[in-house]
Design a protein around this ligand. Structure first.
Ligand code: NAD
Ligand code: UDP
Length: 354
């Protein structure tokens, strides 16, 4: 039996393949390579010492999915495939809803048809209701602090189509379970994945100008960009810059192994909703300093205006993941920076094979 890994050529998917192989799981990768390169899979093959079955396909392509389920014994799916750029989702909402929501519907239909009823879904901390909306929508809840976020914190007050697509998919999965209790579902809400595999051969390879902090810092350190713009220095945080819960991608990847283990070993379970974060928040300046230490490079930065839509602090209460899955993030911020740097300095142009 194999696990179908949609979006398995991407950043988190490729790291998860390594952890699944370490845990002796068989898998098949299904990806349309819209935001990745098959070179990531070549690199994973080297790390795990095994060849990977890869199908180049789109999750919206029902006929292709049926062919895959028809030709392979697939008993579960880890569903990473999706578009993830927040800003782009504001400009192209229909593309985001089509790819993420419609794509997931097509996948779930085919899974149902073939009796494959186990799914682990990549959700995000972005489904938690924006604190600015919290006061209006949840004033009666008397929530004093937005973070740490618990799985039962308010959700759905999202601020962009990307976040809304993740929230919609969570609701679809919960409704699917209500209609068919034999579905086993794990919804994993990721915080801020960073870092790379220790080998320095796989990592995050963003297209164009990175939106996220760690890839931007890495590109400054490697000399591809002049300086980092720090978005906002007047937040109510220890140094005025935004605080996030950065989690090493290998810890995150291992969380998927624990989630699949759980689904395999339990019957009659309601959909699991689990935060995957460390529980510790670091500011932008904390990350810059840790990266400078790890890389031995200076990371010049300029303090600029806040980025629209950003919040001051966002970090997890990760205790449920520990209680339920026995999973805890182990790697420190220093290790995240060291591993990001190894990947970036060994592969300044990402997977681009010259
Ligand atoms: P990624 O872009 O590196 O990986 C996503 C993969 O899905 C890519 O390989 C892409 O080619 C593929 N894909 C996209 N649309 C597809 C489609 N229609 N059919 C088939 N394949 C398709 O992103 P990632 O950082 O590895 O994220 C994986 C998942 O985790 C995504 O669903 C993302 O929304 C979610 N997530 C990511 C973060 C983050 O910060 N990286 C945080 C929270 C949640
Ligand atoms: N950030 C920044 N400069 C950048 C990119 C990000 O100052 O070029 C800040 C951003 O304002 C936030 C933190 O870094 O406080 C993490 O941002 P990222 O986009 O990586 O994650 P998210 O905001 O989605 O949690």
């Amino acid at each position: 039996m194999s696990i179908l890994i949609t979006g398995g050529a991407g950043y988190i998917g490729s790291h998860t393949l390594v952890e699944l192989a370490n845990a002796n799981y068989d898998f098949i990768v299904y990806d349309n390579l819209s935001n990745s390169s098959s070179e990531s899979l070549n690199r994973v093959e080297k790390i795990i010492g095994k060849s990977i079955t890869f199908i180049n396909g789109d999750i919206r392509d029902t006929a292709k999915l049926k062919e895959v389920f028809g030709n392979h014994s697939i008993d579960s799916v880890i569903h990473f495939a999706g578009l993830k750029a927040v800003g782009q989702s504001v400009e192209q909402p229909l593309e985001y809803y089509d790819n993420n929501v419609v794509g997931t519907l097509r996948l779930l239909e085919v899974m149902s048809e073939f009796g494959c009823k186990k799914i682990v879904f990549s959700s995000s901390a972005t489904v938690y209701t924006d604190p600015d909306k919290l006061n209006i929508q949840h004033s009666k809840l008397n929530i004093k602090e937005y973070s740490p976020l618990r799985e039962d914190s308010p959700v759905g007050g999202t601020t962009n189509p990307y976040g809304t697509s993740k929230y919609m998919i969570e609701r679809i999965l919960e409704d699917l379970y209500i209609s068919d209790n034999s579905f086993k579902i794990a919804i994993l809400r990721y915080f801020n994945p960073v870092g790379a595999h220790k080998s320095g051969t796989i990592g995050e390879d963003p297209n164009g100008i990175p939106n996220n902090l760690m890839p931007f810092i890495s590109q400054v350190a490697v000399g591809k960009r002049e300086y980092l713009s720090v978005f906002g220095s007047d937040y109510d945080t220890h140094d005025g810059t935004g605080v996030r819960d950065y989690i090493h991608v290998v810890d995150l990847a291992y969380g998927h192994v624990k989630a699949i283990d759980y689904l395999n070993n339990h019957e009659n379970i309601k959909p699991l909703v689990v935060n995957l974060g460390t529980g510790t928040g670091y500011s932008v300046i904390d990350v810059v300093k840790a990266f400078e230490k790890a890389s031995g490079k200076k990371v010049p930065y300029k303090l600029v205006d806040r980025r629209a839509g950003d919040i001051a602090k966002c970090f997890a209460d990760p205790s449920y993941a520990k209680e339920l899955l026995g999973w805890v993030a182990k790697r420190s911020l220093d290790e995240m920076c060291e591993d990001s740097w190894r990947w970036q300095s060994n592969n300044p142009d990402g997977y681009e094979v010259k």
